[in-house]
Design a binder for this molecule. Sequence first.
Ligand SMILES: O=c1ccn([C@H]2C[C@H](O)[C@@H](COP(=O)(O)OP(=O)(O)OP(=O)(O)O)O2)c(=O)[nH]1
Length: 144
Amino acid sequence: METIKIKYFDSELDKLTYIDGKSDWIDLRASETTELKKGEFRLIPLGVAMELPAGYEAHVVPRSSTFKNYGILQTNSCGVIDGSYCGDQDMWQMPAYAIRDTVIHKGDRICQFRIMKNQPAIVFEEVDSLNNQDRGGFGTTGVK
Ligand SMILES: O=c1ccn([C@H]2C[C@H](O)[C@@H](COP(=O)(O)OP(=O)(O)OP(=O)(O)O)O2)c(=O)[nH]1
């Protein structure tokens, strides 16, 4: 069990809930009603700041129904929340692009997150050859 310190920017907003047994991803809510015109980009406020457990970062992705319900795409595909993003004003946000006119209402659950362990420290060792066989990619194994 890990503890996340959480600050809500709006007392009216429902608290985040961890629904044990169904999925370990936790839904995030828009903290303001946001109207977007087709082709518009906006950072949608999520109304929370958190201090993650030491050695963790969080990944934020859309819910599977978000595009169908709102016609928005998360522009960075997966948001990375660093452990150092833990100040009182470090509110989580979802960068969103609207493919049609749309309204996201305050309190709507539009994306979800989970925490992930930081990767180990990395050093690069430069070489002339990797001395491995090429695998190939980008369609080389076919579609059937
Ligand atoms: O979808 C996201 C992505 C990031 N963040 C916050 C948390 C993250 O720790 C901070 C900084 O993000 P990132 O490291 O991606 O951006 P940057 O390096 O500060 O800026 P740049 O986009 O120029 O790389 O912004 C969000 O709230 N939502």
